[in-house]
Design a protein around this ligand. Structure first.
Ligand code: GAR
Length: 223
């Protein structure tokens, strides 16, 4: 019987790590196409890092403040990724910009989740931006990381309604619930090569009937 080789994933975090927890939970399923081989936080005090440590996952605190420049920080990051034979990087609330060199090195192998329907509402305070723009639907996006922040080729999105009574934290909580479903599904699409990057376009392999079975069309591709 052919054993499927799982992709080795490093999750990079800066804080709470709830998306990381969703990825870790998904990767515990025997047929999930990726394993979480490393968790790195640029903030040693990140609650997510403590959680990952408690789970017995390999963790590293890589405090960016200890490095004189971004390239020095990324040099150490690259060494850690190579040491752990990492295939894919999943950014999960990792709040540091990467240099174009680092992004180029991992282009097509580094993904990020952002709490808006990109290309709308890039950067910080996305839910405040959505509420003040008056949009009636928001959501989250998983995309390949490119040199421009929150702008890489889109792999998957989930949409949620904005209710008239919503405050920022209400919308954040609704989007976060969708993030926890979307991110593991999108990572699986990349890990099993159903979604890959050709230049600046995401190309799809044999998505099949599974992609068209969701009449409510809130998740696309259908999950
Ligand atoms: C998530 O909402 C994620 O989408 C966002 O940070 C939060 C991290 O939460 N990322 C960005 O805004 C990236 N531009 P978590 O630590 O609980 O996963």
């Amino acid at each position: 019987m052919n054993q499927v080789v799982k992709k080795r994933v490093a999750i990079l975090i800066s804080g709470r790590g709830s998306n990381m927890q969703a990825l870790v939970a998904a990767a515990r399923e025997p047929d999930y196409p990726a394993e979480i081989a490393l968790v790195i936080s640029n903030r040693p005090e990140a609650p997510g890092l403590a959680w990952a440590r408690e789970q017995g996952l390999p963790t590293v605190a890589l405090d960016h403040k200890r490095y004189e420049s971004r390239p020095h920080f990324e040099g150490q990051l690259q060494s850690l990724l190579e040491l752990s034979r990492i295939d894919l990087i999943a950014l999960a609330g990792f709040m540091r910009l990467m240099t174009p060199d680092f992004v180029a090195r991992w282009y097509g192998r580094m993904i990020n989740i952002h709490p808006s329907l990109l290309p709308a509402f890039k950067g910080l305070d996305t839910h405040r931006q959505a509420l003040s723009a008056g949009v009636r639907i928001s959501g989250c996006t998983v995309h390949f990381v490119s040199a421009e922040m929150d702008a890489g080729p889109i792999i998957a999105q989930a949409a949620v309604p904005i209710l008239c009574s919503d405050k920022e934290q209400d919308l954040a909580a609704r989007v976060l619930t969708a993030e926890h479903k979307l991110y593991p599904a999108a990572l699986a699409l990349v890990a099993n090569d159903q979604a890959s990057l050709r230049e600046t376009t995401v190309v799809w392999q044999s998505f099949g009937a599974a992609g068209i079975n969701h009449p409510e069309a809130l998740f696309s591709p259908s999950l």
